[in-house]
Design a protein around this ligand. Structure first.
Ligand SMILES: Nc1ncnc2c1ncn2[C@@H]1O[C@H](COP(=O)(O)OP(=O)(O)OP(=O)(O)O)[C@@H](O)[C@H]1O
Ligand SMILES: [Mg+2]
Length: 277
């Protein structure tokens, strides 16, 4: 770990009368797995949407150590987020259902393309090199996530658990420096969650990608997170190691009466078991 990759300072966002995020500050260090937890409606996804420039904060700012030095993310247009090396998955999977796994991964790769229209039309050597590199990267991700078996299958026909992995793959194909995962284990069965834990550890440990994650499954959180930030009703409740945050009385109180709801909501039955090859 060295230095902050992302710093959120006094972030607030208001939707009408609702302060969805209220004066939230935190820093994500280079190389760590940093997890946001909190009951439903705490503001976790809203923080992700502020980082990915879907929402503009009402006040506060986010800085990011980009490939060409520090930038104020909150001052950048939304389309630059991918080029700065930030990729994400969504709480409700966002993929092209009528396209194959391979096509979805190639689309993920294209979000970071830097070639221009004329170069593309003329198919210059640079375009061709970029295209080859894209194919290589996609194959690498297919191997990494054991998706060989599904490469030509239409996403719409895949079991939920596999779609979730494809979405992770789509984000990885962009070769991010910062990967945002919004509830990577939601809807997954125990074995699939176990695979997800391994992948998150490998993504951070082997690929060196910094991971900022939102997650409800506390055993997954404890297993993979370096640090945890607990939120409730838009505000920061606690920040520390997984054990410290879980032991925080304010966190326990925020979850009181919601634990059962959360665990049953997050595990719809009947998803296919898929082991790690
Ligand atoms: N675009 C929006 N317009 C109005 N209200 C919004 C908008 N986006 C989020 N909210 C509200 O902000 C609050 C925080 O929502 P958010 O989606 O960030 O919660 P969350 O912590 O991700 O919850 P969950 O665990 O259920 O996903 C909620 O009350 C939500 O209804
Ligand atoms: Mg959410």
């Amino acid at each position: 770990m060295s230095g902050a990759l992302l710093s959120a300072r006094n972030l607030s966002v208001r939707f009408g009368g609702l302060l969805a995020v209220n004066d939230v500050s935190f820093e994500v260090a280079q190389g760590e797995v940093f997890t946001l937890i909190g009951p439903n409606g705490a503001g976790k996804t809203t923080v992700f949407n502020l980082i990915s420039r879907i929402y503009q904060p009402t006040s506060g700012s986010i800085t990011y150590a980009g490939p060409r030095g520090e930038v104020t993310l909150t001052g950048q247009p939304a389309h630059t987020v991918a080029q700065l090396g930030i990729a994400r998955t969504f709480q409700n999977i966002e993929l092209f259902e009528h396209a194959s796994v391979l096509a979805n991964l190639l689309i993920g790769r294209h979000t970071r393309r830097e070639t221009g229209l004329w170069r593309d039309l003329l198919f210059t050597p640079r375009t061709r090199a970029a295209e080859l590199k894209a194919r290589e990267k996609v194959e690498e991700v297919i191997d990494f996530l054991d998706l060989q078996h599904y490469r030509d299958t239409l996403v719409g026909g895949l079991p939920y658990g596999v779609r979730k992995v494809v979405e992770l793959g789509r984000a990885l194909c962009a070769e991010p420096r910062l990967l945002l995962l919004d509830e990577p284990s939601s809807g997954l069965n125990v074995e699939e969650t176990d695979d997800m834990a391994f992948w998150i550890q490998d993504i951070a440990g082997d690929l060196g990608i910094t991971v900022l994650m939102v997650e409800h499954d506390m055993s997954l959180v404890s297993r993979v997170s370096d640090r945890v930030l607990a939120m409730n009703q838009g505000e920061v409740l606690a920040l520390g190691s997984p054990a410290e945050v879980q032991a925080d009385p304010g966190v326990a109180e925020a979850y009181l009466g919601t634990i059962d709801d959360v665990s049953s909501l997050r595990r719809p039955p009947g998803h296919k078991v898929r082991g790690r090859a």
